[in-house]
Design a protein around this ligand. Structure first.
Ligand SMILES: [Zn+2]
Length: 248
């Protein structure tokens, strides 16, 4: 029980960090050090405003100073992060693997939100996922050569997809952020086969593309969310991955 409550608490706090980082990273603002402010009236947020979900509910989704509506994305993202943390906890408990996966999910959530809104994957995501992946393999005891090989395979696949698409279709398909993500994903996924990851990225990508058209947002859609979900499933819940792979 204590473990579950602790995980829920951490999930909400990190969820708060996800909302903050996904807003600031694409705007080139400092993620960690700057105090939070209302984006409209610039009033500094105090102790009362910084409780994940609760502050939003108590203030009825408005800024206490200027009354501007505070987007529902804040409590939603905080809750989603908390649910992910609880899912990871249910599978791994409070272990090194569980903590690394929780941190990975934070980086991936930020990546998904930023890519959905700005069509970019910030380099900070790779800078976070790379060392986390190295520690992950250290913990599970993957031979270092395999880890290097995974990184290289991911990079080659990313570059092939990027330039292959460019040659065949004569236009930009995969951004360079996606290529770097393929390299980091290759590192994380080793020694698992990378084919299911490519398959699921493709399927989730097609779904994103369809959704994008339904929403009337054009033919150009962000590919990062599909990559992030496929990678997270592959690493954290390989059984679901295997199941879907066999159905697929
Ligand atoms: Zn305000």
């Amino acid at each position: 029980m204590t473990g579950t409550l602790f995980t829920l608490f951490c999930g909400l706090v990190f969820g708060s960090f996800v909302t903050c980082a996904s807003y600031r990273l694409p705007r080139g603002e400092d993620v960690a050090l700057k105090a939070s402010r209302c984006t409209r009236c610039e009033a500094k947020l105090g102790f009362k405003d910084l409780w994940p979900v609760l502050s939003w509910l108590i203030s009825k989704g408005q800024c206490r100073h200027c009354g501007t509506r505070v987007s529902v994305r804040y409590p939603v993202i905080e809750l989603v992060t908390a649910v992910l943390f609880l899912l990871i906890y249910s599978q791994y408990g409070l272990t090194a693997q569980g903590i690394l996966l929780a941190l990975m999910s934070v980086a991936l959530l930020i990546m998904i939100i930023v890519d959905l809104e700005h069509y970019i994957i910030p380099d900070e995501i790779h800078y976070a996922l790379l060392p986390l992946g190295l520690i992950w393999h250290f913990v599970i005891g993957t031979p270092p050569l395999d880890v290097a090989e995974g990184l290289l395979i991911g990079l080659v696949i990313g570059l092939t997809l990027r330039y292959g698409y460019r040659v065949l279709r004569r236009k930009e398909g995969l951004g360079f952020g996606d290529v770097k993500f393929f390299a980091v994903a290759g590192l994380w996924l080793t020694p698992c086969p990378i084919v299911p990851f490519l398959f699921f990225s493709g399927v989730f990508g097609i779904l994103t593309g369809l959704l994008w058209r339904l929403l009337g947002r054009g033919v150009c859609f962000p590919f990062g969310p599909a990559l992030a979900v496929a990678l997270f499933l592959g690493i954290a819940f390989p059984e679901i991955y295997d199941l879907l792979w066999h159905i697929g």
